[in-house]
Write a protein that binds this ligand. Sequence first.
Ligand SMILES: [Zn+2]
Length: 430
Amino acid sequence: MYRPDLEAGTVDAIRDRQLTRLNALLREVLPANRFYQAKLGDCLAPLSWEEFRRLPFTTKQELVADQAMHPPLGNIATYEPKRYKTYHQTSGTTGRPLIVLDTRESWDWWSECWNYVYHAAGVTPSDRIFFAFSFGPYIGFWSAFEGARRLGALTIPGGGLDSLSRLELMRRNRPTVLLSTPTYAIRLVEIAEEQGQSLQELGVRVTIHAGEPGASIPAVRSRVEHAFGSLSFDHAGGTEVGAYGYSCEARDGVHVNEEEFIAEVIDPLTGEQVIEGNLGELLITNLGRAGWPVIRYRTGDIVMFGGSGCACGRTFLKLPGGLLGRVDDLMIVRGVNIYPSSVEAIVRTFKVGEFRLVRTLQLGMEELTVEIEAHQDVAHLLADRLRQRLGVRIPTRVVSAGSLPRFELKAKRVIDRRKQPANVEVETKV
Ligand SMILES: [Zn+2]
């Protein structure tokens, strides 16, 4: 553990520290932050937990609207522009990108949060970490890179290269740790298989996966681990909130870093807190980013609200299975609630190339089809298993190998054709 005194503290001690830090944050933010002044009105620190849980939620739409109304930074920026030192933005796949700036202090805070991730994965200053990503304006891997520098490990940037060049760079430098999206790790596995190369010869002993969920899905993890001869760890975070989640040696989901964040899980429809063992939407309050704070932020991620016990000894909140899907991605097929991650978990138990889920409407009812790059026999077995495990019939369709899109950052494997007539095949751009 990075901070055993905190990570394995009593739940009461964790809650006390969270409340103290929350109130310190509010005292810093409220006099200057016009976004939260308008939102929270005459709310005055110190707050009790009951008062905190009555504060309104913050949404992505509000932040985007705030920035559009008050360009370029929005009222969410607590300080004057010159205090900010690092620029990032969200990918903007669902609309206008959101600009997110950090001060020197909050950028240090990001790297501090990554230290929890690295320690939990057993990464040390003697490791050599390869970053397989494009070094664009998105925050995820930049913060991981900064965290690795703070840890004191050797950082090897893998940007601006195609996959074969990346593999060659890895072969020459023998990194011990790989950071990538889970999708990209599987892409490297495929490429190595095509080339008849062994990834085990690279000497990677740990892979850490960020940018999208997937590394908590056992079948995804075992494919990567088997190919690399490594152990895979999950990480959860977001541009708006910070690097809040990490998997421990139990690797059955992620812990929330409750020293730096407050996590809540609510029913996305009613806004009520769910009880332990239930699914809901994750809310995050970040405690160390006064320059760009979010309070009770609706992440849109579906998680299971776990408890505080774990085989690793940590008492930080557990989210079993990691991020299980997006609130927006919930599909209701003949009355059965289905998240894409549940389908992916089943697809990945078979040897398939890429796959995607195609949503259509048939006589006004939602239908789901799984397109896979695999043999017809595999498609039949997969359809059987989907019916057994999800309790609803989901047809599978074989497509030719290599015909589905490949992804480096965030995979988009759900194609929504519900607004098109079902009998017209239209290639959707992804
Ligand atoms: Zn644990």
